[in-house]
Write a protein that binds this ligand. Structure first.
Ligand code: S3P
Length: 466
């Protein structure tokens, strides 16, 4: 077993060392107020899962509201390379995607590397999928993804029988040699991570018997909900020591389904905080996913005194959806407990902007996971906030922010470091900073929130590309 031809190897290396050369600077200037009613693009986590589970289902899956951001398109391309037939419907009005799945055990060996760009979710979940198929595949990513830890999924996946060939430190590029005789397993996770949980469950789909995952703190459960929607038998229970135990019955027959994807609360978060901190704002965001394991940010903002209303709560395929109404309100600092981290893990960068504008001190505890996101977000936030005139104190796993009780200074150029959420957070700060805030690279925003600048300007923001 080898990595293959020299051309193949040089492609992997070329991807490993490549940097983006097309960099677009964005500048966010102070604006009057945000107002209006909008919908945000589809949920990224649910979009990835719809493509992957649709690929493993028999028959046709139809997806409405798929996020067409770079991360999800990387998954879509990988699913095609693994044998799924995926096309976009011809009617420009309905924007539906159609998948003809392969069935569990039916993935084919890709004849080229799988390039997953910036997406940690794609890398971890697809590694799980491939692990229980008798195929070999190599996955690569951009400079950010290639520096992120993979050991957290490789260790449990080795237990089911997969083999991995990695770089020093278990980083991408990784070559996976899967097995068609995957063993059922019981894994107790050390960290709360939906990516690790989902990777193990995806591998367990093609293992005979039960795969059991035990989580210390509940993480987003989109995988469980969607597998059940497609016909898998998957049970969740609370253990006597307060952990969450998920049991999946292996080798189910998944049947193609219609999936309706709600707006992404992690994208809505930028608009929510933008409206809360910009005087005079009054915004409504329609059709947002409010899965209770994703709404930690809303709890924090309410504790900070936000004027936030959750309206018309409804449900589809087990996922809660609502409209959110936000009005400007002066905020006060809060302490965010470690236990809340899994339900708002992607929202700390934007919460740090709300905390900078709030009156008083905010403390984010137990947030060491932020160091291994698309960038080291703890450092990126602390340094960026300091450059904008905000007092911060960082430890290995916490961040303390002394709020200004009003507009931060701004007047800085923030490095996005291939991290979409760092870029968008500081652009939101620019809505009210005394001097404008620029971000050196707009491209990463396309991974999760295509059209971000357009959406913000439509509501009254003053952001420009240069
Ligand atoms: C995700 C899980 C989270 C989150 C990521 C999306 C998912 O990562 O940060 O943006 O879709 O499962 P972890 O599982 O590493 O916390």
């Amino acid at each position: 077993f080898s990595l293959g031809s020299t051309t193949f190897q040089s492609k992997v290396l070329e991807r490993l060392y490549c940097w983006r050369f097309i960099v677009t600077l964005i500048c966010s200037n102070a604006c009057k107020a945000l107002s209006g009613s909008i919908t945000v693009p589809g949920d990224k986590s649910i979009s990835h899962r719809a493509l992957m589970i649709g690929t493993l289902a028999v028959g046709e899956t139809v997806i409405e509201g798929l996020l067409e951001g770079e991360d999800v398109m990387a998954t879509l391309q990988a699913m095609r390379q693994l044998g799924a037939e995926i096309v976009k419907g011809e009617d420009p009005k309905d924007q539906l995607w159609h998948i003809h799945g392969r069935g569990i055990g039916g993935l084919v060996e890709p004849d080229n590397i799988l390039d997953l760009g910036n997406s940690g979710t794609a890398a971890r979940l697809i590694t799980g999928l491939i692990s229980s198929h008798d195929i070999t595949a190599t996955i690569v990513g951009d400079a950010s993804l290639n520096s992120r830890p993979m050991k957290r999924v490789l260790e449990p996946l080795k237990k089911i029988g997969a083999q991995f060939f990695t770089r020093e430190g278990d980083k991408l590029p990784i070559t996976i040699k899967g097995t068609n005789q995957a063993l059922p397993s019981e894994i107790t996770m050390e960290i709360a991570s939906a990516q690790v949980k989902s990777s193990i469950l995806f591998a367990g789909l093609n293992a005979a018997g039960h795969t059991v995952v035990i989580e210390p703190t509940p993480s987003r459960d989109h995988t469980e909900k969607m597998l059940s929607h497609f016909g898998a038998e998957i049970m969740t229970e609370k253990t006597t020591d307060g952990f969450r135990k998920i049991t999946l019955v292996g080798q189910p027959e998944l049947t193609g389904r219609k999936v309706i994807i709600p707006g992404d609360i992690s994208s809505a978060a930028f608009i929510i905080v933008g409206a809360l901190i910009t005087p005079g704002s009054d915004v409504e965001i329609k059709n947002v996913g409010i899965n209770p394991l994703r709404t930690g940010l809303l709890d924090c903002l309410k504790e900070m005194g936000a004027d936030l209303k959750i309206l018309k709560v409804r449900e589809n395929a087990g996922e809660k959806i609502a409209d959110i109404k936000i009005k400007y309100k002066r905020l006060k600092g809060i302490t965010v407990p470690k236990s809340r981290a899994p339900s708002m893990i992607d929202e700390y960068p934007i919460l740090s902007i709300a905390a900078s504008v709030a009156e008083g001190v905010s403390v984010f505890n137990g947030v060491e996971e932020l160091r291994v996101k698309e960038s080291d977000r703890l450092t990126a936030m602390a340094e960026g906030l300091r450059a904008c005139g905000i007092g911060t104190k960082m430890t290995e796993d916490s961040l303390t922010i002394t709020g200004k009780g009003g507009s931060p200074d701004g007047g800085t150029l923030i490095k996005s470091q291939l991290d979409h959420r760092i870029a968008m957070s500081f652009l939101v700060m620019g809505l009210i900073s005394k001097k404008s805030i620029s971000v050196d690279d707009a491209q990463p925003i396309e991974t999760s929130f295509p059209g971000f600048i357009h959406f913000m300007n439509q509501l009254g923001a003053n952001m420009e590309l240069s």
